[in-house]
Write a protein that binds this ligand. Structure first.
Ligand SMILES: C[S@@+](CC[C@H](N)C(=O)[O-])C[C@H]1O[C@@H](n2cnc3c(N)ncnc32)[C@H](O)[C@@H]1O
Length: 370
């Protein structure tokens, strides 16, 4: 998984999406004794990805980049396990607190075997319910246009928290005006309210769409009923981002009350059979956020072909919310060649049935309608 995104290459070494992201993987070290590839990776994470998100991770990553002994240990892990976010989340999972680098280093020394075990067992699978805020207007529009309730399939669903857009609250801030939407009948405080700054002619709905069926696919579905999986989701959130941890806890509680159907396996292998299980009297929407960076070009092509088939056979809609670098076509061309790349840097592009609809904040914090 790519440690990357915004502005990353969408490599398979970390996690896609700014915020989940982190640290576009650097090129190998120059011959002649320059900083090693792993050191560059941590330095990049500490100086480019982390600042603005986490001072603590910035300091720890730069510390690691300059710590030859620690780099030697990290280099003993398989390549895709050396990514900064995975290693830092493993330490947090084990209890590492915000602290200066020397204290963090002492923590690592005391817990190295466990850190290694977690790194080797886990992957970066940040599940961000906040992304529902950028998907909701499109979902509501699809339901309104079809005049039917929705059946949702999320591919690359992690724990499936984005499968509950109808159970969360929303506060869209358009500058002068705010639009607030809340789930009918739910007690205030029992659901997260997802704040989102909007610009452009966003078709904000008057009410939440009805979802009658929801399912996800993930290579390794996380289980909201498993305390270890929930603790791992918390550990993946950057140390200083308490508001995201609170949002996660509320979303997890909603999912725990009605655990989503999650199929384990590759999205290309599992999607056709899962789509066949969706109720035929609902409009099927297949969506994904921060997932395509994990697929190679051939797998993305296969997925596009499946979506084209589902559109014809099932009238299925497709919402893609991904970093811009991962929407490069098999022939090398971009989906939106006319769009200035700098406009997308650090953000996601939302496509509906392959057509660009909006530029979105990677954690759902903003929605710029095109
Ligand atoms: C960064 S997480 C994003 C989770 C969720 N979409 C969200 O926005 O919160 C990416 C997820 O995609 C899953 N994934 C990656 N490649 C996959 C594949 N080929 N098939 C199914 N799931 C995959 C990973 O296991 C991980 O849980």
């Amino acid at each position: 998984m790519s440690a990357v995104d915004p502005g990353s290459t969408g490599s398979r070494s970390g996690e896609p999406g700014p915020g989940d992201t982190h640290g576009a993987e650097p090129a190998a070290a120059e011959p002649g004794g320059a900083e090693s590839a792993t050191a560059q990776w941590y330095r990049h994470f500490g100086t480019v990805d982390a600042p603005g998100n986490s001072d603590c991770y910035a300091a720890w990553s730069v510390g690691i980049a300059e710590d030859a002994e620690l780099l030697r240990r990290i280099d003993q892990w398989p390549h895709n396990k050396r990514q900064p976010l995975l290693m830092l989340a493993a330490a947090r999972f084990l209890g590492a607190r915000i602290s200066p680098y020397p204290d963090f280093r002492a923590f690592l020394d005391a817990h190295w075997e466990e850190v290694s075990r977690i790194v080797l067992a886990r992957a970066t699978q940040t599940n961000e319910a906040g992304r529902c805020a950028t998907l909701l207007p499109s979902l509501a529009q699809i339901a309104a246009d079809d005049g039917r309730p929705l059946a949702l399939i999320e591919v690359g669903a992690s724990a499936g928290l984005a499968l509950f857009p109808d159970r969360y609250g929303y506060e869209y801030d358009a500058g002068p005006g705010r639009t607030r939407l809340v789930p009918a009948g739910a007690a205030p405080g029992s659901y997260p309210v997802l704040g989102c700054a909007v610009t452009g002619p966003v078709p904000l709905p008057a009410e939440l769409p009805q979802v009658v069926w929801r399912a996800g696919i993930d290579l390794n579905p996380l289980d909201v009923r498993n305390p270890d999986d929930v603790a791992w989701l918390e550990a993946l959130i950057w140390p200083e981002q308490d508001f995201r941890r609170e949002r996660l806890r509320l979303a997890v509680a909603i999912a725990q009350a009605d655990p989503p159907l999650l199929a384990a396996g590759d999205l290309n292998d599992r999607l056709p059979a899962l789509a066949a299980r969706a109720p035929s009297d609902a409009t099927l929407v297949v969506f994904h956020s921060a997932v395509m960076a994990y697929l190679d070009a051939e797998a993305r092509d296969r997925f596009r072909a499946t979506m084209a088939r589902l559109a014809v056979e099932r009238g299925c809609h497709w919402l893609s919310n991904e970093g811009h670098t991962v929407i490069i076509q098999a022939d090398g061309s971009l989906v939106v060649p006319e769009m200035d790349e700098s406009r997308l840097r650090g953000r996601f592009l939302l496509l509906h049935n392959g057509r660009p609809r909006a530029i979105t904040g990677p954690h759902g914090q903003s929605l710029e309608w095109l």
